[in-house]
Design a binder for this molecule. Structure first.
Ligand SMILES: [Zn+2]
Length: 882
């Protein structure tokens, strides 16, 4: 389905009628479509006169062409990038005035004297949006929901703080109106527990239903990476500083062209060892001072904090981007902020990040210099700022890996140019090699752009729940291709190419193949000859970035569903049957409920996408799940025979947000968040009887119901003496009596219980006794007696990712020990007999083995990230060895 506007054909005829004159080398005009929208992904090869003198007006006029299928009134101009003769106008889509997440559309113009023509357009514009943009969930409720549902993997004891910032429309189906809620780990109350890890999350909550949608980690954390400077590496550098009236000199640079008399400074703050938790809000917190000295000499103490390196490096990075035609991170000469010398929980913070408004650098420690000490790290963090103000690549999956990859590429480019390192130097491609105090430089480097990774062979298989889908661990696959181009064609040309692709062709949700197309389009727009464009194409080919690359990855499991796209998908298995929720291939449709057999075959739809369905569970005969309709006014628990022999029936309608379910025989249980009380409760319903709230007492919450033989086990949580206490409880529906299993003793406060499973003779659960993220697996009788550790807690205990059990086997998703992110350190599933024994691997699949569910014996179905997306797969028995 491609179309060619008349102007394209005219341009083509002109070219053909004047042989040998105009661009015989150029490909014919092309249109690429994008699934789920009528607006084309890219139109290239146009040559159409501009219909207005101003580039923004000309771009809008061009987009009125009905074949774009978009309404220019929905386009808000973001910025116009001028690069020689090229002008690119970037628009952000709005739906009824509300920004549409990730939807940018670009128009490319070329100016020749007073003449201006449209040469191309493309990006992402959603043509099918109809969602009502008046929220029915208030800001305050959205904040409560975000707090009440603690992010998975957040092991801090303190409840995070939440702030609802604004409404956005998420690009799924006809659109989902959502509150953007920022969650951070700043403590709301005192705590004597260990420090929480720093956290800054963008969470999206459905503004019509209250359903939590997804979460993006804002901290652009680096691995153990880093840099240089008397500077940390002994170079004497000049610093643009500022002498105050009191005579003190501070790190305030007003010497750059961006200084306009009131703004456009480079400012470097010294956090003086303050905790990183205080720097997660936008801007600089009150009380934080600029790095200052009594004289213009910034002594060794400023080398130690990283202030010299951060300030000097920021200036170098500014000049680098100025060479590419950019004035500062925002492209408009806005002030640039750095903070050095932060700590984490009283320990050195060996990391750095861009939080959306500023660079933050850890102060280093015994082994590391300040994280500002490697110029490539400074360039990396500042490039995140440039990306925020250009393509704004979403920090998730492949678009996130391109974001990281560009930050690595430009970080290293700044460093080799500024320090005069030849591209042939083996350290040129390392990121963060300047961070080591004593160790060999390569030991501190987090990444190597010359690591020669090929997508199909080296892709690290993270599911969407981990490292945002692999943003750091897969970045060099993309940046490696760009670095190859730089090695072959030189820094000046390659940097211009990458910068043009970033600022004029990429859009927020691009995947690797989209990113390659953006770079190739930029090469064409730069007028590169065919020979050099072939060099670019070969670089991407060499790194395996070409359409369909994901088909070449290997696994030892049976594929049940290829490409699960529902953010909330967790499989459930009983006997030979599985159930799961799933969305459309582009993740935009409401999720359906699917069931199938572990031996294979095509899944069957049990609940269609006329409602939003999620969290299905089965006992092998019935399936229960939660849903809400398009009006999104209430939640519903539904049930249907797994063989589809009867239609679905409504078990319960509720205003509460249903966040978990269980079914066995005639008993159905669910976990639901009550926005009014702020508590999560467990309910159980037997047959036609009214539902019973098991965690009814004020101040008591219930989580994770599990049913067996007319009894329901769940995690009971309450606050006492400033701590959250938690332990399994077993409720007997026949007698209405409840046994609270004695808490497992904790060492630094109460232990932390998750995921109790009720078996024929036992309740099993996992408990962390010392808040180190390692968990014991516990077992007790239904009456709470005989509490025993099947797998004891301690330094060798498993770092748990997920958990399930049946009457013979315990299945544990474990994080292998190790600091380096790689396939070897992604979660893997192990099984151990219920009676104890040696854990065995279930599968040798290289990537993440994430959420799973156990059938009978050793059967297991799980979400697997190995082959480039998230799949549902299965095995019947553990492997012998990997
Ligand atoms: Zn980064």
């Amino acid at each position: 389905m491609s179309w060619r506007p008349i102007t394209l054909i005219a341009a083509l005829c002109l070219t053909l009628s004047v042989p040998g004159v105009a661009a015989a080398d150029d490909p014919p005009p092309e249109v690429e479509q994008r699934a789920g929208t009528q607006a084309p992904a890219e139109v290239s090869g146009l040559s159409e006169p501009a219909r207005a003198a101003d580039p923004v007006a000309a771009a809008k006029a061009h987009l009125t062409d009905p074949r774009y299928h978009l309404d220019p009134a929905d386009l808000q101009p973001v910025r116009t990038v001028v690069d020689g003769q090229d002008e690119t106008v970037r628009f952000a889509q709005r739906h009824r005035g509300v920004p549409v997440f990730g939807a940018h559309y670009l128009v490319h113009l070329r100016k020749d004297g007073a003449q201006r023509e449209i040469v191309g357009a493309g990006g992402r514009f959603l043509t099918e949006l109809t969602v009502d943009t008046t929220p029915t969930v208030t800001k305050e409720t959205a904040e409560k929901i975000a707090i009440g549902l603690r992010p998975r993997g957040y092991t801090g004891r303190e409840r995070p703080a939440a702030t609802a910032r604004e409404l956005v429309v998420l690009p799924r189906g006809t659109g989902v109106l959502a509150w953007h809620v920022v969650l951070n780990s700043r403590s709301e109350r005192g705590s004597t527990g260990p420090a929480s890890p720093p956290m800054l999350l963008d969470t999206y909550v459905d503004a019509h239903s209250g359903r939590p949608l997804f979460t993006v980690d804002r901290l652009r954390r680096e691995g153990p990476v880093q840099g240089t400077g008397r500077t940390a590496h002994g170079s004497d550098v000049t610093l643009n500083a500022y002498e105050r009236a009191d005579g003190a000199v501070e790190l305030r640079d007003r010497a750059r062209p961006m200084w306009n008399g009131s703004t456009g400074e480079i400012l470097t703050y010294d956090a003086a060892g303050a905790d990183v938790q205080g720097f997660l809000e936008p801007g600089i917190p009150p009380g934080t001072e600029l790095a200052e000295s009594p004289s213009p000499v910034f002594g060794p103490e400023h080398t130690a904090t990283g202030a010299v390196d951060a300030h000097h490096g920021a200036g170098l990075v500014y000049e680098f981007y100025r060479g590419l035609g950019r004035d500062g991170l925002d492209g408009q000469g806005g002030t640039m902020l750095s903070v050095v010398n932060v700590t984490a929980g009283g320990q050195p913070f060996t990391n750095a990040f861009w939080d959306g408004t500023k660079m933050v650098y850890g102060g280093g420690g015994t082994d590391y210099h300040s994280f500002a000490a490697s110029l490539d790290v400074v360039g990396h963090e500042m490039t995140h700022g440039v990306i925020t103000h250009s393509a704004d690549l979403v920090y998730l999956g492949q678009s996130g890996a391109i974001n990281e990859g560009l930050a690595d590429y430009f970080g290293n480019a700044v460093q080799v140019d500024a320090l005069g390192i030849p591209m042939s130097d083996p350290d040129a491609s390392l990121l963060g090699e300047g961070l080591c105090k004593n160790l060999p430089p390569a030991e501190c480097a987090g990444r190597d752009l010359d690591d020669a990774r090929v997508a199909a062979e080296d892709y690290l298989g993270l599911t969407i729940a981990l490292d945002n889908g692999g943003v750091h661990v897969n970045s060099t696959i993309f940046s490696g291709a760009l670095w190859d181009v730089r090695e072959q064609l030189g820094g000046r040309r390659a940097d211009r190419l990458a910068y043009k692709a970033l600022t004029e062709y990429m859009t927020p949700l691009d995947d690797f193949v989209d990113g390659r197309r953006a770079v190739e389009s930029a090469a064409r727009a730069l007028g590169w000859p065919a020979r050099d464009r072939l060099t670019v194409a070969r670089a991407f080919d060499r790194h395996g970035i070409k359409p369909g690359w994901e088909r070449h990855l290997r696994t030892d499991s049976r594929l049940l569903i290829d490409g699960v796209t529902d953010f909330n998908a967790v499989p459930d298995v009983a006997g030979d049957r599985y159930v799961i929720s799933d969305s459309s291939p582009d993740a935009t449709a409401p999720s359906r409920i699917l069931t199938g057999r572990l031996r294979g075959g095509k899944p069957v739809v049990l609940a269609a996408d006329d409602r939003w369905n999620y969290y299905p569970k089965t006992d092998g005969a019935q399936v229960v799940w939660a849903s809400f309709d398009d009006a999104r006014t209430s939640f519903r628990v539904s049930a249907r025979p797994i063989d589809g022999s009867a239609p679905a029936r409504v078990v319960q309608d509720t205003p509460d947000v249903v966040t978990g379910l269980a079914v066995a025989g005639d008993v159905i249980a669910w976990e639901a968040f009550d926005p009014a009380s702020g508590e999560v409760e467990v309910w159980a319903k037997r047959g036609a009887a009214a539902p019973v709230r098991l965690s009814a007492e004020a101040g008591v919450s219930g989580y994770s119901p599990s049913i067996r033989g007319g009894k329901v086990a769940y995690t009971r949580e309450w606050e006492e003496g400033g701590f959250f206490h938690s332990t399994p409880a077993v409720y007997d529906l026949a007698t209405g009596t409840q046994v609270v299993v004695p808490e497992v003793p904790g060492t630094v406060g109460p232990s932390y219980t998750v995921m109790p499973i009720l078996l024929e003779r036992y309740v099993v659960w996992t408990a962390d006794t010392n808040f180190d993220g390692r968990f014991a697996v516990m077992r007790a009788a239904h009456d709470g007696t005989g509490s025993t550790a099947v797998v004891p807690d301690g330094p060798a205990a498993p770092t748990l990712n997920w958990f399930d059990a049946n009457d013979s086997t315990i299945s544990m998703g474990l994080w292998p020990d190790g600091d380096t992110l790689g396939n070897a350190t992604l979660p893997k599933v192990f099984q151990v007999p219920l009676t104890g024994g040696t854990p065995r691997r279930v599968s040798c699949n290289a990537g993440a083995q994430d959420y799973f569910s156990a059938g009978t014996g050793a059967r297991l179905a799980w979400l697997d990230g190995t082959d480039g997306n998230t799949d549902l797969v299965t095995r019947d028995r553990p492997v012998v060895r990997c």
